[in-house]
Design a protein around this ligand. Structure first.
Ligand SMILES: [Zn+2]
Ligand SMILES: [Zn+2]
Length: 740
């Protein structure tokens, strides 16, 4: 007898655990699941996770290698996160090593000790800084500096660099510049666990809650000791954040912590400033802009309870908490909560699982909840809380459908829309145009022979970017100079087809030569600090017309915008994915919600060639809840999610035959196991060739979730045994959000 066998999740893409012998000279009574273990793996040494100890192994014990070192005396992840990871590993059928690695900061994955955190030093605004802020002329040409100063002016106890990073992209450099001018100072942090006097609170006028807010808060506050999911459906401006804040205050009063998840782009300076101003103590912020050291530190502050409120993006659903009290998912419909590669988990769904495991409430908030969540509310699995009015009164924006059939279009804009624009612009108001396609035109076409600007590596057209004078593929990133003559026939009559934001901007500059026009998309905001400058100029009123992609839909508010034009709704109404219309409805309402204020509500105009589209009509005439009901009825009739459960097996290879052959073999393995499960495919992916590889997919679907997962349990294990073609890359996507 060699003692217990260690079953270890090793960070590798293999769908299995690995058995090791304990390291020599180690007290085996202290072995506990969750400890990090350094083990030999092939010719390397890696840090794995001890999942369990066992008396037996399916391998020859004599062939097992001993582990090298146990790295922790206590598991770095609390028991509830380990339980969540075990659940996620089984549910998503993903290699355990990668699942467990997802939950740990990089430095801990590399084997660093998980020491108690140090509170980072804080930046604070000085008196001179406040004076400078008042004389805004000084800072007028330095919007990033002003943004940071304004933010710090709202932080009574200062703010650490890591929490300032989302405020402005050049935070570190900007803070140095501000310090050189004497407008900010760096103060040492108190050591954790030594009691510090409470920071002076900034007095703010007491907010009066409306009846719906008060009711929502009371319902959640009454459930703080048990698991209950609340769907907080509130129109934009209805005061969801205030509900979060009051509920968090109640949780903190019980000595517990709150975890708030937001989409990456929703993690705005305004949101953080509000949290910081209202809630006591340090805030841990976890997002992709942190370096490894900052991330580890914020993670440790959450784990030891120093940070009582943790705000983070998708992967923060695994954040360790010492005394978890509530989980909140803001903008719960946002597609960015689903990881789209590797370990494809859905952070909202995992938040619900974590809440259930912990016996604490979960709040999902949105103006436009996902249809899955709406259906859970209808089935009374979730308790629906509605905030139907905007805070401070004020009407919701009026939405009009504009039939553009047979209308002359100026670069995609109809005359009636242009006339409405002139009307609002003449009143000195701002106009926002939403077009979810960047670049100048999605296609370059030869008028002589019909040649199209195709990507060499994908089944896609290359988008014309006139300013950069390049054709760019938005799928693989390949780019080349714009052709001056047709590569096929030599004609010079090459014409851009369709519209992107860049083309719209060019047309509007000709139509409104005297007005400031701003474009907000990934191209125009790529340079550091450019988004901040753009936003500051918009708020100053320097730009009267704003054009943008879905970047416009999140986080920012434009109170002087009184007209929103949705340039092209047809793309979303007739997309390849069955979720297209849901996404389009969400985007329309999110963009509409950016506009106007109580005394000046916005107007929304939707241009479409399908003015009688039933879902669009319901959305416009009756609002999102009615739209959701109608869309759910369509899904039910078609037996699509949430009335069916899906898992998508994707395969790709340089050789198209191999990807399909793999999926055919996978289907043959599946057929005897697929009880109550439908197998659809294999079929080429909607975009068959992408970045030079051929992609195919096999969809599995079942009416009952347990049928699908029972099947997957048996099928995926066999697939790993039989999948021997190393030329084929494959992956399983459980509850896929995109079917390509
Ligand atoms: Zn040609
Ligand atoms: Zn491409």
């Amino acid at each position: 007898m060699t003692g217990p066998i260690l079953r270890i999740a090793v960070p590798s893409p293999l769908y299995r655990t690995f058995d090791y012998l304990p390291p020599p000279d180690r007290d085996l009574t202290a072995l506990r699941p969750g400890l990090r273990v350094r083990v030999p793996f092939g010719r390397r040494q890696v840090v794995g996770f001890l999942l369990e100890t066992s008396d037996s192994t399916s391998l020859d014990p004599a062939a097992l290698r001993p582990a090298l070192e146990i790295l922790d005396s206590e598991p770095p992840l609390p028991a509830d996160v380990l339980a969540l990871l075990q659940w996620a590993r089984r549910y998503y059928h993903h290699p355990p090593g990668e699942v467990f690695a997802t939950a740990l900061p990089v430095l801990l994955r590399q084997g660093e000790p998980a020491l108690p955190p140090a509170l980072p030093p804080s930046w604070r605004i000085t008196a001179a800084g406040r004076t400078a802020l008042a004389e805004s002329a000084v800072l007028r040409r330095a919007p990033v500096q002003r943004l940071l100063l304004e933010h710090l002016a709202g932080c009574a106890d200062g703010a650490s660099l890591e929490t300032l990073r989302p405020v402005a992209r050049d935070s570190a450099a900007t803070l140095r510049a501000l310090r050189a001018r004497g407008w900010v100072e760096l103060i040492a942090a108190p050591t954790p666990n030594t009691p510090t006097p409470p920071p002076p609170r900034i007095p703010h006028p007491p907010l009066i809650l409306n009846a719906a807010q008060a009711e929502a808060i009371a319902s959640i506050a009454a459930a703080l000791e048990r698991f209950q999911v609340f769907l907080l459906e509130g129109v934009t401006g209805s005061g969801k954040t205030e509900v979060y804040l009051r509920v968090i205050e109640a949780v903190l009063a019980r000595g517990r912590q709150a975890l708030v998840l937001t989409p990456e782009i929703g993690l705005t300076p305004q949101l953080l400033a509000r949290f910081r101003e209202r809630l006591p103590g340090p805030l841990a912020v976890l997002h992709s802009g942190l370096n490894d050291r900052e991330r580890l530190n914020a993670w440790l502050l959450a784990r030891d309870g120093t940070a009582r409120v943790v705000v983070g993006t998708r992967s923060a659903v695994f954040a360790p908490l010492r005394a978890p009290g509530i989980l909140i998912v803001d903008e719960e419909h946002d597609p960015s909560f689903k990881q789209q590669d590797g370990f494809r988990y859905h952070a909202r769904d995992l938040a619900v699982v974590r809440g259930r495991q912990l016996g604490i409430p979960v709040v999902l908030g949105s103006a436009t909840p996902a249809l899955e969540s709406c259906q859970n509310a209808r089935r009374e699995r979730y308790q629906l809380l509605q905030l139907p009015e905007r805070v401070g009164g004020g009407a919701e924006p009026a939405i009009d459908i504009l039939d553009v059939r047979r209308q002359p279009l100026l670069e995609g804009l109809s005359r009636p829309l242009l006339e409405r624009m002139r009307l609002h612009l003449a009143r000195n108001e701002q106009v926002l145009l939403f077009l979810n396609r960047r670049g100048f035109a999605p296609i370059l076409l030869c008028h002589e022979c019909g040649w199209l600007s195709a990507c060499r590596h994908c089944d896609a057209r290359m988008t014309l970017h006139l300013r950069q004078r390049r054709l760019i593929c938005h799928h693989c990133g390949d780019s080349r100079p714009v052709d001056s003559v047709c590569p096929l026939c030599g004609s010079v009559d090459l014409r851009p087809l369709g519209h992107g934001t860049e083309r719209l901007e060019t047309a509007l500059r000709q139509e409104f030569p005297d007005l400031g026009i701003a474009r907000m998309d990934r191209d125009s905001t790529r340079r550091r600090g450019s988004l901040e400058t753009l936003l500051a100029d918009i708020h100053n009123g320097d730009h009267r017309i704003l054009i943008g992609t879905q970047m416009l839909a999140k986080g920012h508010h434009f109170p002087d915008v009184t007209l929103v034009g949705i340039v092209d709704a047809d793309q979303g109404l007739h997309g390849v994915d069955f979720r297209s219309s849901e996404r389009m409805a969400q985007l329309i309402l999110q963009v509409a919600g950016r506009a106007g204020r109580a005394e000046k509500p916005g107007n929304v105009v939707i241009q479409t060639h399908h003015p009688d589209h039933p879902l669009l009509r319901v959305l416009v005439a009756q609002g999102y809840p009615a739209f959701a009901a109608a869309a759910l009825a369509e899904r039910q009739a078609a037996l699509l999610p949430p009335f069916a459960h899906q898992a998508l097996l994707r395969a790709e290879a340089a050789d198209p035959e191999r990807a399909t052959a793999f999926l055919k073999a996978a289907r043959a393995l599946a057929e005897p196991l697929a009880d109550g499960v439908e197998l659809l495919g294999p079929a080429p992916a909607p975009m068959e060739r992408r970045a030079g590889r051929y992609r195919a997919q096999l969809l599995t679907q079942a009416a009952r979730r347990q049928d699908l997962h029972g099947f997957l349990d048996r099928w995926i294990a066999r697939l790993w045994e039989h999948a021997t073609d190393r030329q084929v890359r494959w992956s399983l996507d459980v509850d896929p959000m995109e079917l390509y």
